[in-house]
Structure formats: C-alpha cells, structure tokens
Design a protein around this ligand. Structure first.
Ligand SMILES: Cc1cc2nc3c(=O)[nH]c(=O)nc-3n(C[C@H](O)[C@H](O)[C@H](O)COP(=O)(O)O)c2cc1C
Length: 168
C-alpha cells in the first residue's frame, strides 16, 4: 500500500487540526503529516499519494505558507501522482470567495499536468460563489469550522470512504 503524505497550510491552526484528524483516521503507519511551511520538493516527490489542505484568507487568497510554496508544486515531479484536496473557509462571511484558495491550488495542479480527484458535492452549502466549484461540485472536501463545525467529522468520514474505493 502506498504511503500517504498529508500537507497542510494553516494560519490559526484550524486546517492543521483537520489534517491531524485525517492522519489519525488513516493511521500514522500509513500517512505522514507535514506543515507546508517546512516542505521541500523531495518531500513532495517521495509520496505517490498526496492530500493537500489549504485555508482561504484575505478575499479569496491563498493561506500565506501555501502562497510561498506554490512554486514547489511546479518544481516537483507530480506526474502519475494521486492528489486530493481539502479546504477550510467561511461560507457565510466570505460567501463570494468561499474556499477560493482550494480553487487556486486545483488550477495550479492542472497547470502541472495533474488532475486532483476526490470531488465533493456542493449541495447544502450557503456560499454564492467559489472558484473551488466546478460544474456544481467542489474540487475537494469543503469544510467550514466557522459555521458548521458539527458537520466536519461526518464530512471527513464520508470523503475518506469515497476515496477508499477510488483512490487510497
Ligand atoms: C481576515 C480573514 C479573511 C478570510 N477570508 C476568507 C475567504 O476569502 N474565503 C473563505 O472561504 N474563508 C475566509 N476566511 C475564513 C478562514 O479561512 C477560516 O477561518 C479557516 O478555518 C482558517 O483556517 P486556518 O486557521 O487553518 O488558516 C477568512 C478569515 C479571516 C479571519
């Protein structure tokens, strides 16, 4: 079984906590956890399976540490890798830019020749606009600890089950 690399960028610790939960659910013997601020090209190249987590800041901007490391994705050899995304944001206060950073990450990966899998249905979310939405599905798991923290555990669970068949 391939080892999984979980890479997250987090300003106030919310995405970090979700990344930790995902690692626990997958098992530490199966998945490594890495803060994007400390990541190298070699780290990215080491894993066949990557889970990338990002929060959105400003008005639809990348989380700072991810912003600084985006270029590494272009330098890494991502061909043939299986990549999935998860995003943290606030769908009420930032209804027009909800999870835009996940959309940016997705587009960056497309430009590197990789199409992330693990899309997530957009039903029931209150946002008006998001660059992470493609044909009415989010490009990765959509989380909102600001407004819907009670749904986070079940969303992660359902997403990992969905990935189990198609990805992990
Ligand atoms: C100043 C500020 C700007 C934000 N901008 C956005 C945004 O444009 N879109 C969004 O979905 N969430 C936005 N958020 C919400 C954060 O993404 C959310 O609180 C997230 O859980 C933070 O995760 P982190 O601590 O891992 O960085 C913003 C929050 C703050 C405080």
């Amino acid at each position: 079984m391939n080892r999984i690399g979980i890479v997250y960028g987090s300003t106030t610790g919310v995405t970090a906590e979700v990344a930790q939960t995902i690692q626990t659910l997958l098992g530490k013997e199966r998945a490594d956890l890495m803060d994007v601020s400390a990541i190298t090209v070699e780290d990215l190249n080491r894993y066949q399976n990557l889970i990338l987590g990002v929060s959105t800041w400003g008005m639809g901007e990348m989380q700072n540490d991810w912003e600084a490391k985006l270029k590494l994705l272009k330098e890494a050899d991502l061909k043939g890798k299986r990549i999935v995304l998860f995003g943290l944001g606030d769908q009420i206060a930032y209804a027009d830019t909800y999870l835009d950073a996940m959309g940016t990450l997705y587009d960056t990966l497309l430009s590197c020749g990789v199409t992330p899998v693990g899309q997530w249905p957009a039903d029931g979310y209150a946002c008006e606009k998001s660059t992470a939405l493609r044909e009415n599905r989010f490009v990765g798991l959509a989380l909102d600890e600001d407004n819907e923290s009670k749904k986070t555990a079940e969303r992660i669970d359902a997403w990992l089950k969905q990935l189990d068949g198609q990805w992990l």
